[in-house]
Write a protein that binds this ligand. Structure first.
Ligand code: ATP
Ligand code: MG
Length: 602
């Protein structure tokens, strides 16, 4: 392609609305254009990158025996009602775009395709002889994200490869899951990315495993905890660890103390000269189940620990049936405003005790009249602890479960593992932390969807069984941008060769020079013919501008038909390390072919 004929517009300055380097660079280098919040045009250079990533994804998927198909983006609400996800996906914080058609039928724009594929399987899979089966697609997904940001990283319209597998049993599922683990590792390695596979939260479905593939980068939205020995890595949402030991409490007798102005753990510790790990902290949450019922939750946890809200929500989802619901549609820490909607009297916030009375709640059809009380393991173990006295300005010290306070019936693990915690597999290993961008997620679904939607098969014994399912997603557009987030310098993008839009760019420093043009045209033609995807910068611009642009768009190899051509040579520069050498013109094609081959691992 000739730059003179391309839509080639680069910006010198950083666009105001971009926060992270990869977003700035893709905008500046003319790869993408913002059309609306979380909505982007993929311009020709970007589209080539996306096609390269897609091709790698396809090759790895096909190698496992999965088959490509294409499912509809318009999805009837009925399917989502069957699976029980319509309300959670369209109400409150749900992320599905929904609409009503001219026949007054409700539809959603596909954020994911479990419902559609399960319908297909229900209709078409009859017998164990058809199993296992794995279908995948590459498609635009729609999600009305609460915070679209960072360009393609969190879009409202983005490209995903999603695959779904069907099995007769767990064992077969586990095999495909292992194949996918390898395929995903290959995809990221071949795309030139540094990544880590980490244990991930499987939501309230529980039991079954899930792995996220994290591209390591400071701008990542996820936190990964891992041990140096390489034996443990998990998303912080899922991570487990041993907490530091609590110190022995200095308060050996129970008493109520006046503790003015101590509504935070820090202030309380300063005032009482104690450690946060001698305190039972009581944290309030407010949730809404999908049947519209608001439930207030009181969590007791050791004062030096934080609540892992993902773990907490999983526990509360397990309790949903008890309240006539299936899922949580809203989760928050109550504010003065929301408290006012249910409080019968003023809550002693900051001084709440584990036994705070249920009569603080005005119960109704919409609001459960009792607190759901959960205690974290770290708080269960405390002796002679400090906690609130249910009165502003007062705490109690030297308290014990079973004496002053009844231990809540539900003991759970809802603490957040953190940097420096000891690891469970080896207490000499402490957890390290890194930021990651979730590029892919593989998941053992089990029978959640097949059971809900009645997708069954007949086994060898002639019995009807629900299909066992797995699902596997990789964000093609997010992956492409994360490559930039991992590889750039002050002058621009440094694409890994395997997903660069072009391998090489031939730059003519002076387009008034007929000899320069002739050599460049010849190389341009020969390189492309030899499979080295090459751009020709034949624009009527100063050499400096051309070099800057080539650096900015990040093409791996630059060939300059400058002064050296009088000696029968051209200058060749590697973008990654700026290494420059003069190569005889007749050796350029072979050399470049070789370099590209070496750089694109299989
Ligand atoms: P996240 O936790 O980042 O919101 P997710 O758990 O919702 O992601 P999945 O439903 O597992 O994501 O989707 C599979 C893959 O699709 C993700 O691993 C990610 O690479 C990509 N993806 C998800 N949401 C977006 C988005 N809004 N924009 C771009 N890519 C996305
Ligand atoms: Mg995820």
């Amino acid at each position: 392609m000739r730059l003179s004929q391309m839509l080639f517009v680069t910006l010198r300055d950083d666009p105001a609305d971009a926060e992270i380097p990869s977003h700035k660079l893709l905008l500046r280098a003319g790869y993408i254009r913002r059309i609306g919040s979380g909505i982007y045009a993929y311009l020709p250079l970007m589209w080539r990158v996306l096609q390269k990533v897609s091709q790698i994804v396809r090759e790895e998927m096909n190698a496992t025996g999965a088959q490509e198909c294409l499912l509809p983006q318009l999805q009837p609400a009925d399917l989502w009602k069957e699976s029980g996800r319509w309300d959670t996906y369209t109400k409150a914080e749900g992320i599905m775009f929904s609409l009503v058609d001219r026949r007054e039928q409700q539809l959603g724009l596909g954020p994911t395709h479990e419902e559609v594929i399960t319908t297909v399987a229900r209709d078409m899979i009859r017998s164990y002889r058809q199993l296992p089966l794995h279908l995948y697609q590459l498609q635009t997904k729609f999600r009305d994200e609460i915070r679209p940001r960072f360009g393609l990283m969190r879009g409202r319209e983005f490209i995903m490869k999603d695959g779904y597998s069907f099995h007769a049993d767990e064992e077969s599922l586990k095999k495909t899951y292992q194949d996918m683990y390898k395929a995903y590792s290959n995809m990221l390695r071949r795309s030139g990315l540094a990544f880590r596979a980490v244990e991930a939260d499987s939501g309230a479905i529980g039991g079954s495993g899930s792995t996220e593939f994290m591209v390591l980068a400071d701008a990542g939205e996820d936190e990964v905890l891992y041990t140096e020995d390489g034996k443990y890595a998990a998303n912080v949402e899922k991570a487990v660890s041993l907490p530091a030991d609590a110190e022995t409490s200095p308060f050996t007798t129970y008493e109520k103390r006046e503790t003015p102005g101590t509504d935070t753990i820090e202030k309380l510790c300063n005032f009482l000269k104690c450690s946060p790990n001698q305190i039972v902290k009581n944290v309030l949450y407010q949730i809404v189940y999908d049947n519209g019922l608001t439930v207030l939750v009181l969590v007791n946890i050791r004062g030096d620990q934080e609540v892992n809200e993902v773990k907490l929500q999983n526990e509360l989802t397990k309790l949903a049936p008890q309240f006539g619901g299936k899922a949580i549609i809203a989760f928050s820490v109550p504010t003065n405003e929301t408290i006012a909607t249910w409080a019968a009297k003023t809550l002693p916030l900051g001084y709440i005790a584990p036994d705070v009375a249920d009569d603080y709640i005005t119960g109704s059809k919409q609001v459960n009249s009792q607190f759901v009380r959960l205690v974290d393991q770290t708080a269960v173990e405390l002796k002679n602890f400090v906690t609130g006295a249910n009165e502003v300005g007062f705490h109690v010290v030297g308290a014990n479960w079973g004496e002053q306070f009844k231990l809540p019936a539900l003991t759970v693990d809802i603490r957040k593992a953190k940097l420096g915690d000891r690891s469970l597999h080896d207490s000499n290993q402490t957890l390290q932390t890194a930021r990651g961008i979730e590029a892919g997620h593989i998941f053992q679904l089990g029978t959640k969807y097949s059971q809900a939607m009645g997708a069954t098969y007949t086994n060898e014994q002639g019995e009807e069984k629900p299909l066992v399912m797995g699902c596997y997603g990789v964000g093609v557009s997010r992956l492409a941008q994360s490559a930039v987030e991992q590889s750039y310098d002050k002058d621009g993008i440094i694409w890994p060769v395997a997903i660069a839009p072009y391998h090489a760019i031939v730059t003519i420093p002076n387009i008034k020079d007929a000899q320069q043009i002739a050599v460049a045209e010849q190389l341009y033609t020969e390189l492309n013919k030899a499979g080295v995807e090459t751009l020709l910068d034949d624009r009527d611009e100063r050499a400096g501008v051309k070099f800057k642009d080539a650096d900015l768009i990040g093409i791996p190899f630059r060939i300059v038909t400058g002064r050296a051509i009088t000696n029968g040579k051209v200058e060749v520069v590697k973008r990654a390390n700026r290494e420059s050498q003069e190569i005889p013109i007749e050796e350029v094609v072979n050399t470049l072919q070789q370099w590209v081959k070496e750089a694109i691992e299989r």
